[in-house]
Design a protein around this ligand. Sequence first.
Ligand code: ATP
Ligand code: MG
Length: 225
Amino acid sequence: MELKADGISRIFFRNGKNTNFFHAVKKTDFNLESGKITVIIGKSGSGKTTFINMLAGLLCPTEGKVLLDGQDLYEMDDAKRSRLRNVSFGIIPQGHTGLSSLTVLENVLSPVCMYESGKSKKEKALDLLKFLGIEELQEVYSDELSGGEQRRMSIARALIGNPQIIIADEPTGDLDDESTIKVLDLLKKYAINGAAVLIVTHDDIAVKYADYLYKMDNGNLAVSS
Ligand SMILES: Nc1ncnc2c1ncn2[C@@H]1O[C@H](COP(=O)(O)OP(=O)(O)OP(=O)(O)O)[C@@H](O)[C@H]1O
Ligand SMILES: [Mg+2]
C-alpha cells in the first residue's frame, strides 16, 4: 500500500500577537514506504501529532491531499474513510484512549469486532497481549491499568487487524527500556512483513530502529541526519 501526502498543511485558529491563526504544519510532501520504519522526532509543539493525524485520516489538512493507493482520503465520505482506516491502518494515538467500559481483551478486539466477529481473532489478541507482557490483565477494565499497561493495550489494539500501515504517536512514551525494546521489535516484525511503520518519538532507542529519520521543526518536516 502506498501512503502519500501531497502538499499538506494545517492551520489552527488561535489568537496570537498579530494574528488569529497558527500554522501548525507547513506545506509538506511525504511518502511512507512499505517494509520500512520511518521515525519523526522534534520538539514538543512542533507539529508531529498534527502531521501524522492528517496522514492517518483523522484530521483534514487545510490544503493538499493524503493519497492511499492514489485515493484521496478526504474526498471519501466519513463511512468509507472510517472503514478504510479500520482495515488498513493500525493507529497508536498519543495519550490514553482505551474504552473504560471494556476489558483489555475487549478493547484489543474492538477494531475487528466493528465489521466482523472478533472470535477468530481472540487467539491473536492473546498472543499479542502475551508478547507485550499483559496477558494476565485480559479481563481487567482498561481504567484500572497503569499508563504503561494502557499503552501496551493500545499497541495490541492497533496491531490486531494486521494493518498495512501503522502510525504510532510516542508508542513507548510510558515504557521502561525492556518493554520499549519489545514494542519496537514487534513493530519491526510488522515492517519486515511488509507494513509501512511511522513512529513519532522522543525516545533514543526508537530512533535506532529508523530506516528513515525526519525532524519536525516549527511545522517544517525535513530529513534528519
Ligand atoms: N486543535 C487544535 N487547535 C489549536 N491549536 C492546536 C490544536 N492541535 C494542536 N494545536 C497546536 O499546534 C501545535 C502543534 O501541536 P502538535 O500536537 O502537533 O505538537 P507535537 O509536536 O505533537 O507535540 P508533543 O511532542 O508535545 O506531542 C501546538 O502548538 C498546539 O498547541
Ligand atoms: Mg504530539
